[in-house]
Design a protein around this ligand. Structure first.
Ligand code: TLP
Length: 344
């Protein structure tokens, strides 16, 4: 690759073990449910999440969108975080595909205040839409990979139960959250009815997510997945990598978290650059270049010329991501390079 790529954990390549597994994968037509490797992956993720069933999707976005479509009816309202991936980064799919409107809740360090969630639940009234879903995200991407505490999730799930409103968890990085909390992923997923688990971020699979939930929900979701063109055929060829992702790669994420902390500490030492170390919990860090007078685009340009990739915007704060292909020596190299180039 050449570059030290800190743009995202989505840039990870499949490992050799994944490529071997893909080569050898037994496959079949998954629309007929004939693909033994997909079936194995779905059973594995359902078990890992403590749910009855699961559905392999092409992406995290597809898993979230299919979840919203399955849980809701057009004209409903859903409660979700104003910085959530579903609201911010999914091209307004929930409006276009599911036809729902949003009741937004601001997050603090990735967590919605349960009291505010409760207040957003619509009363039964002829004027109001039905509140038919609550969404959470853990770890929270735009909060720099911060983990939503289990007691917050529990409280929000209880609010959902009280009003018979299901809770969907965007658990794209649920294994990062589980690693931070030192619990099994199932302990997090117990506070939601459905969960999206991404295989192609820090877990290194090339493609795919899995949506888990009750058997009845997954049956209906399977139809929506077909509707959006996600009924894939001999897709065991990629599910095979997903099995390695879940069985193996989910167990090594502490290393990425340690490297993120190392990177955060190193960058925080540089004049004009700051990282709130208290908020560094997993593999994403938010770095503020405000004190250097540079914005994210300017920093990104200088770094690219020096072999480092980041995603910069016009804001001074930039997200950095560590992953399997970022080693401690990459981190040290990145810190030294950044220290040099921002002064040029
Ligand atoms: N996030 C990507 C970008 O879309 C921003 C990234 O680089 O972090 N949920 C969460 C919490 C995510 O972070 C992402 C991807 C998704 C869902 C969507 O997954 P994909 O990219 O597979 O559709």
């Amino acid at each position: 690759m050449g570059f030290i790529d800190l743009r995202s954990d989505t840039v990870t390549q499949p490992t050799d073990e994944m490529r071997q597994a893909m080569y050898k994968a037994q496959v079949g037509d998954d629309v007929y449910r004939d693909d033994p490797t997909v079936n194995r992956l779905e059973e594995l993720v359902a078990r890992e999440m403590g749910k009855e069933a699961a559905l392999f999707t092409a992406s995290g976005t597809m898993a979230n969108q299919v979840a919203v479509m399955t849980h809701t009816r057009r004209g409903d309202e859903i409660i979700l975080g104003e910085k959530s991936h579903i609201y911010t980064y999914e091209v307004a799919g929930i409006a276009y595909l599911a036809g729902v409107q949003t009741a937004l809740v601001s997050e603090t360090d990735g967590s919605m205040d349960p009291k505010v969630v409760q207040a957003k639940v619509r009363a039964k009234d002829i004027h109001f839409p039905e509140t038919s879903l609550i969404c959470m995200e853990n770890t929270h991407n735009r909060a720099g990979g911060m983990v939503v505490p289990l007691d917050v999730m529990k409280e929000i799930h209880a609010i959902g139960e009280m009003h018979s409103i299901p809770v969907h968890l965007d658990g794209a990085r649920i294994y990062n959250a589980a690693t931070y909390l030192k619990v099994k992923a199932e302990e997090i997923a117990r506070y939601c009815d459905t969960v999206n688990v991404c295989l192609s971020k820090g877990l290194c699979a090339p493609i795919g997510s899995v949506l888990a939930g009750s058997r009845e929900f997954i049956e209906r979701a399977r139809k929506f997945r077909k509707m959006v063109g996600g009924g894939m055929r001999q897709v065991g060829i990629v599910a095979a990598a997903g099995i390695v992702a879940v069985e193996k790669m989910s167990k090594r994420l502490q290393q990425d978290h340690d490297n993120a902390m190392l990177l955060a500490k190193g960058l925080n030492e540089i004049e004009g650059v700051s990282v709130d170390l208290e908020k560094v919990q997993t593999n994403l860090i938010m770095v503020d270049f405000g004190g250097t007078g540079l914005n994210g685009i300017q920093v990104a340009k200088r770094l690219k010329e020096n072999g480092i990739l980041i995603n910069g915007s016009t804001a001074p704060v930039v997200r950095f991501a560590t992953h399997y292909y970022i080693t401690e020596s990459h981190v040290n190299n990145a810190v030294q390079t950044i220290n040099r180039v921002i002064k040029e």
